[in-house]
Design a protein around this ligand. Structure first.
Ligand SMILES: NC(=O)c1ccc[n+]([C@@H]2O[C@H](COP(=O)([O-])OP(=O)(O)OC[C@H]3O[C@@H](n4cnc5c(N)ncnc54)[C@H](OP(=O)(O)O)[C@@H]3O)[C@@H](O)[C@H]2O)c1
Length: 352
C-alpha cells in the first residue's frame, strides 16, 4: 500500500461508549475512515439517531457486517465479553485485521479463562494467535499483527504504572492497588448500581482483594504469565476497585516496595529511561501528583511517584499513582494506537 492509503474501519458494537469514542477518534484520523458500524438494537437507524454527533452513518446488524468483511481493513470489536469470540472468528477467517476491546482474547491460556471467567475458552487455537496489545510494553509483537487483544482499562493503568519496576526486577512481592473508575467503565448498562441516584455523590468499593478478573492481566504483564497466580515468586495482588461518580477516568493508587536499596532518584531514573520518547506516557516531576484532569479526554497515562516516608531517605516503600481515561487509553484510544502500530503508520495518528 502507498503512504497515502486511507484504511477503512468497521466497528462492531458502535453504539456503546467505546464504539462512540472510536467513531469520534477515527473522524480526525488522517489515514482511517469508517466503512460500517453495527448495532443490533438500533439497526436501520443512523449513528446520529443514537448519539449526539453530526454523522449520519447507517447502523447495520453484525450479520450484515460479516458479508461486508472485505469492505474494511480493520474491525474493532466493541462487543460485550463473550460476544466477541464468534465475531473475531468470522472476521479473522475473512483475513481482516481484528482489534478486540473485550476480554475474550486477552489471557495467555484457556485455563486462565476457566480460573477468572468461569468457563473454558471456546477457541484455544484462535486465542493463541492473539497478541496482547499493551502498546508501550508489547510494541514489537504488535507490529504487523493481524489479531490484537486490547487490554482492560484497570490493568492498563496498573501495568503502565508498575512495569518499569517489574521489568527491572525491583518490584516487591506484595502489590496493593486502590483503583477508582468513572461510571462509563461499566458500558451503557442499566444496572441499578450505575444509575445516577445510586452512584452520584457516592463512592462504592466492589470485588475487593483477589477477586476482580482484571487481576489476571496484571499477573500476565507484571508476573510474565497468569500461571504463577499467587504462588511462590509471583507478585501478590490485592486489587481494590471503586466506582467513582465521574463519567470517564481511572485513578489507580499503588502501594509497593522497591527492592535493591534504590534511592528515589534511581527509581525516577528507571521510569524516565523506560518511558523516554513515549508520546502518551507522562511521568510527573517529584512533588506533583497524577490526577484525572491530566488525562481525561486524552490517550495519555499520567504517573506520579512518591516515597512513602519523607523522613526516611533509605525507605523502600512507594506510592505510585497512574491515571488514564478508561474510554480512551483504557479502550478506544489504545485500540487506535494498536492499529497505528500494527499498520506501520504514525503511532500518534488521530490521537494527539
Ligand atoms: N467502557 C469501558 O471503559 C471499557 C474499557 C475497556 C474495555 N471495555 C470493553 O469493551 C467492550 C465494549 O464496552 P462498552 O463500554 O462500549 O459497552 P457498551 O456501552 O455496553 O456497548 C456494547 C455494544 O455492543 C453491542 N452489543 C451488545 N450485545 C450484543 C450482541 N449480542 N451482539 C452484537 N452486538 C451487541 C451493543 O449494541 P446495541 O445495543 O446497539 O445493539 C453496543 O453497541 C466490552 O467488552 C468492555 O468490557 C470497555
Amino acid at each position: 500500500m502507498t503512504p497515502e492509503t486511507i484504511y477503512r474501519a468497521g466497528i462492531a458494537g458502535a453504539t456503546g461508549y467505546t464504539g462512540l469514542a472510536l467513531v469520534q477518534l477515527i473522524q480526525r484520523h488522517p489515514r482511517l475512515s469508517i466503512g460500517w458500524l453495527t448495532s443490533e438494537n438500533s439497526a436501520g437507524k443512523c449513528f446520529n439517531d443514537v448519539h449526539a454527533v453530526p454523522w449520519a452513518i447507517p447502523l447495520i446488524p453484525l450479520q450484515d457486517a460479516y458479508a461486508r468483511a472485505r469492505d474494511v481493513d480493520v474491525v474493532f470489536l466493541c462487543l460485550p465479553h463473550g460476544e466477541s469470540l464468534e465475531a473475531a472468528r468470522r472476521f479473522a477467517q475473512a483475513g481482516v485485521r481484528v482489534i478486540d476491546l473485550s476480554a475474550d482474547f486477552r489471557l495467555d491460556t484457556p485455563e486462565a479463562y476457566a480460573t477468572w471467567y468461569g468457563h473454558t475458552h471456546a477457541d484455544p487455537a484462535l486465542l493463541a494467535r492473539f497478541v496482547y496489545g499493551l502498546c508501550e510494553i508489547n510494541r514489537e509483537q504488535i507490529r504487523g499483527a493481524q489479531l490484537i487483544a486490547n487490554p482492560g482499562c484497570y490493568p492498563s493503568s496498573v501495568n503502565l504504572g508498575l512495569y518499569p519496576l517489574a521489568e527491572a526486577g525491583v518490584l516487591g512481592r506484595r502489590v496493593v492497588v486502590d483503583s477508582k473508575s468513572g461510571i462509563s467503565g461499566a458500558g451503557r448498562s442499566s444496572k441499578l448500581l450505575y444509575q445516577f441516584v445510586e452512584s452520584n455523590e457516592n463512592l462504592t468499593p466492589y470485588n475487593l482483594g483477589y477477586r476482580h478478573r482484571h487481576i489476571a492481566e496484571m499477573e500476565l504483564v507484571l508476573n510474565g504469565s497468569t500461571q504463577a497466580g499467587q504462588g511462590e515468586g509471583a507478585h501478590r495482588f490485592s486489587f481494590n476497585p471503586h466506582l467513582l461518580p465521574v463519567n470517564q477516568g481511572i485513578l489507580s493508587t499503588m502501594y509497593v516496595s522497591v527492592t535493591g536499596g534504590m534511592t528515589e532518584q534511581q527509581v525516577r531514573q528507571l521510569y524516565a529511561e523506560r518511558y523516554t520518547g513515549e508520546p502518551f506516557i507522562h511521568v510527573l516531576p517529584a512533588g506533583q501528583q497524577a490526577t484525572l484532569r491530566h488525562v481525561t479526554g486524552t490517550n495519555r497515562c499520567a504517573i506520579s511517584i512518591t516515597p512513602e516516608d519523607p523522613h526516611n531517605p533509605n525507605g523502600s516503600d512507594y506510592v505510585i499513582v497512574a491515571c488514564i481515561d478508561n474510554i480512551i487509553k483504557g479502550a478506544s484510544g489504545q485500540a487506535l494506537q494498536n492499529f497505528n502500530i500494527a499498520a506501520g503508520i504514525d503511532e500518534t495518528a488521530g490521537l494527539l
